[in-house]
Design a protein around this ligand. Structure first.
Ligand code: 7TS
Length: 417
């Protein structure tokens, strides 16, 4: 008997068991079972996260780093443990390199307004790419307005891949920073950021990676990537809203001025001057989202419990299945066909506006996103104002992709396409 191929031993992905963890999925919408395919916008929360957040408010709620009483000790211990979990999740070297923020948007604004103001001046340049989310464009534009610096933009090709030769040519002695998405939310492109970081470092330029769409779908190792900053949002990685992580190399964070002033970010205050607390507290002024941080820690443990490699493989299966099903549809154009893609499918249908597609899908219980996805330059590159977007998570099934395809067939019927 020949040896069984390795695929025969591949354990099947336990999607039905995973679905049990998500109470929100088990409902009808407009009389149809909910098919939630808007995970690029926000991912649903497992019971573990919902319960941990409720448990914190029921039993442990207190402010951190402030009280000498038992509740404050418990809250502080849980908050610190969440930081260590986040550190392990992206393999940061040191827990002091993990700054809790509101989300990716705040992380990028923090770097722009602290590191940026200290290191960027008139005539300096910041390199972005054409596929960035507005959260990784507008903070740099604001910094440019404040400092007299300029943006340089690496273009993408017809598939949605960054043209690396042009990217490499954008560097000059005025380049101060590269800010790039790990994964595009509008096109699904997985950028070759390891290579892009190497190019930047060869010019002595630090790199900020917007990992909002990567953290839920692939294993992140900031030491292996050697990125200087990495940002992600809790709510896209099965955690609560209003919490996220800014990773920064300790030496960079140490040298940066604080972001906001207030309690908890100081060592000593007098009217003559203030000594700031060490990192990461220097960047965490005021009372933070303690419940959110605790929920995030539980979410990251949950994701690790399933395994990011398994999640990525499952989502890839969904993407291939969906791409194949849509490929032959007349008048349907997939926007973003990069060499490496995350589980996300943007498309337009000739004769039907993206918002109408979204509304007709909703009537069938299928939740997708329609719009410019806060990536207007990427939309312009493809000559469209908006796309419909289905984005997958660990709990989605092949049957849900079938529901997507049935929904699209319905759109074509409604518009007589
Ligand atoms: N960067 C990328 C690549 C994103 O996809 C998003 C949110 C952000 C930054 C901002 O994240 P936030 O958590 O601070 O808001 N993307 C989307 C989306 O695709 N649909 O809704 C939000």
């Amino acid at each position: 008997m020949s040896a069984p191929s390795p695929t025969q031993f591949r354990p099947t992905f336990p999607v039905e068991r995973i679905r049990e963890d998500f109470p929100i999925l088990h409902q009808e919408v407009r009389g149809k079972p909910l098919v939630y395919l808007d995970n690029g916008a926000t991912v649903q929360k497992p019971n573990a996260v919902i319960d941990a957040t409720a448990r914190y408010y029921r039993h442990d709620n207190a402010n951190v780093h402030r009280g000498v009483h038992a509740l404050s000790e418990r809250a502080t211990a849980a908050y610190n443990a969440a930081r260590s979990t986040a550190q392990r999740f992206i393999n940061a070297d040191d827990h002091r390199e993990i700054v809790f923020v509101r989300g990716t948007t705040e992380a990028i604004n923090l770097v722009a307004q602290t590191w940026g103001k200290a290191n960027v001046g008139p005539g300096d340049e910041i390199i972005l790419t054409e596929l960035e989310h507005h959260a990784n464009i507008v903070p740099w534009q604001l910094l440019c307005e404040q400092t007299g610096a300029k943006l340089r933009v690496a273009p993408i090709d017809d598939r949605g891949d960054v043209i690396l030769e042009v990217y490499a040519e954008l560097f000059s002695e005025r380049t101060r920073l590269v800010a790039v998405s790990h994964v595009s939310n509008a096109l699904g492109t997985i950028n070759p950021i390891r290579r892009m970081i190497e190019t930047a470092h060869a010019h002595g330029v630090p790199v900020l990676v917007d990992g909002a769409q990567a953290a839920p779908h692939m294993r992140i190792d900031v030491q292996e990537l050697d990125c200087d900053f990495y940002a992600f949002s809790g709510h896209k990685v099965y955690g609560p809203t209003g919490i996220g992580v800014l990773y920064g190399k300790a030496a960079l964070l140490d040298a940066m001025p604080p972001y906001q002033g207030g309690g908890d970010m100081v060592r000593r205050v007098s009217f003559e001057g203030t000594d700031f607390a060490p990192i990461p507290y220097k960047f965490e002024a005021g009372t933070h989202n303690i419940a959110g941080a605790i929920g995030l820690g539980v979410a990251l443990d949950y994701v690790n419990g399933i395994g990011l490699e398994s999640i990525a493989a499952h989502e890839h299966r969904l993407l291939s299945y969906a791409t194949e099903a849509l490929a032959d549809m007349n008048g349907l154009r997939i926007i973003g066909t990069a060499r490496e893609k995350a589980g996300l499918l943007s498309f337009v249908i000739e004769g039907a506006h993206a918002h109408d597609i979204g509304t007709i899908m909703d009537v069938q219980g299928v939740a997708i996103r329609a719009g410019h996805h806060c990536a207007m330059p990427a939309m312009q590159r493809f000559g469209v104002a908006a796309t419909a977007r289905a984005s997958f998570a660990a709990y989605n099934t092949l049957e849900e992709v079938d529901a997507l395809v049935t929904g699209i067939t319905k759109v074509r019927e409604v518009f007589r396409l």
